[in-house]
Write a protein that binds this ligand. Structure first.
Ligand code: KG4
Ligand code: ZN
Length: 331
């Protein structure tokens, strides 16, 4: 009998469902929520309501696209933490009630762990140990992976996450949420060295992005005082320079982590790993440092249920199930 798992991801503002059979993804659907764009960020109450509306059709289509029936499922997985509590609750209660009706186990997955394990969906897969720079809207971490479930966070942000730095910079430029992909887009053709912002000076392998954000805010304010059209006239150069500052900081600590640990298998994960300049930076630094690099396919960078499914597959192999009393946790 193959191990077939339905996985649900609902930690923030995307409702996603995926079906995996013996470690192979059969379907992976994501329904985004446009409703937040007008608010410049995710509105938790609107997110959980949209999850409630989306979850049934998304799961239904994931099952259909996988070409399986509910009775063929071995387990149901869901994102247990971290995330918006109301959003997590929708996925968790849906998983529990469906699993109960089918009399199959449930598997709770940590969202950030799943971002890293997404590297085990397709070939080439890293072997252990490897380092994973995990960069999303809520987290920025360097994770030393010793095994699927044996890992250590050797560096992390002390304030804002890298995705937050992209999104906040975009907001300062009056771009809609989420601004990360727009900064990436407008940076194309821009001069990444035209403007300089405060360089974070943080010890160890940790990160900090709040000073950079403040320096960016003051810079834009000052320029706009002199020329109200400054942003429009220089959008590409501003975006490219800010993007370059974020990537410089990310790469500096990643190189340091590799030198300190001697590990040369380097992976990139999380929503910000969709950034084209960061992907290039990892590849080109990889050539200099003789790294073997692992950059995920675009569909597995930003939030998706396939990464929850692959993490659940390895948990299933260990019979690591949750009790039906399980509840999600925001942190
Ligand atoms: O992993 P993810 O989808 O959700 C969280 O777990 O937070 O990451 C979302 C973050 C957002 O901050 C978004 O702006 C950023 O990833 N992001 C990007 C790009 N695509 C998504 N940032 C820069 N460039 C991109 N192309
Ligand atoms: Zn994420």
């Amino acid at each position: 009998m193959p191990i077939i798992i339905l996985a649900i991801e609902s930690s923030c503002d995307d409702t996603s469902a995926s079906v995996i059979s013996d470690g192979k993804i059969l379907s992976n659907l994501v329904a985004g929520q446009k409703v937040h764009e007008a608010f410049g960020g995710v509105v938790p109450e609107l997110a959980s309501r949209a999850h409630q509306a989306n979850i049934l059709p998304v799961v239904d289509l994931a099952i259909k696209n996988a070409g399986i029936s509910l009775s063929g499922l071995s387990a149901i997985a869901f994102t247990q933490s971290p995330g918006l509590i109301g959003s997590l609750m929708v996925g968790c209660s849906f998983a529990k009630s469906l699993a109960q009706s089918l009399n199959i186990p449930i598997i709770g997955v940590h969202h950030m762990h799943a971002h890293v394990l997404a590297h085990f969906i397709d070939d080439p897969k890293p072997s252990f140990p490897f380092l994973c720079l995990t960069v999303s809207g809520g987290h920025t971490q360097i994770v030393l992976m010793r095994d699927y479930f044996d890992f250590e966070i050797i560096g992390k942000t002390l304030d804002d996450a890298a995705g937050e730095a992209f999104d906040k910079a975009a907001k300062i430029l009056n771009l809609p949420y989420p601004g990360g992909p727009l900064i990436d887009k407008y940076s194309v053709g821009g001069n990444p060295h035209k403007y300089e912002f405060a360089k974070p000076d943080i010890s160890d392998l940790n990160y900090s992005f709040s000073g950079l954000k403040t320096s960016f805010l003051y810079f834009v304010r000052e320029q706009v005082k002199d020329n109200p059209n400054f942003v429009n006239e220089n959008l590409s150069d501003i975006c490219a320079s800010m993007q370059q500052s974020i990537i410089y900081h990310l790469m500096k600590k990643l190189v340091k982590a590799s030198n300190l640990t001697g590990i040369k298998q380097i992976a990139l994960a999380g929503g910000v790993s969709a950034n084209s300049a960061l992907r290039k930076a990892v590849e080109s630094e990889g050539q200099k440092q003789a790294w073997q690099t692992f950059v995920p396919a675009f569909e597995y960078c930003t939030d998706n249920a396939a990464m929850i499914a692959i993490a659940a597959h390895y948990k299933y192999l260990k019979s690591d199930f949750e009790s039906m009393e399980v509840s999600p946790s925001a942190r």
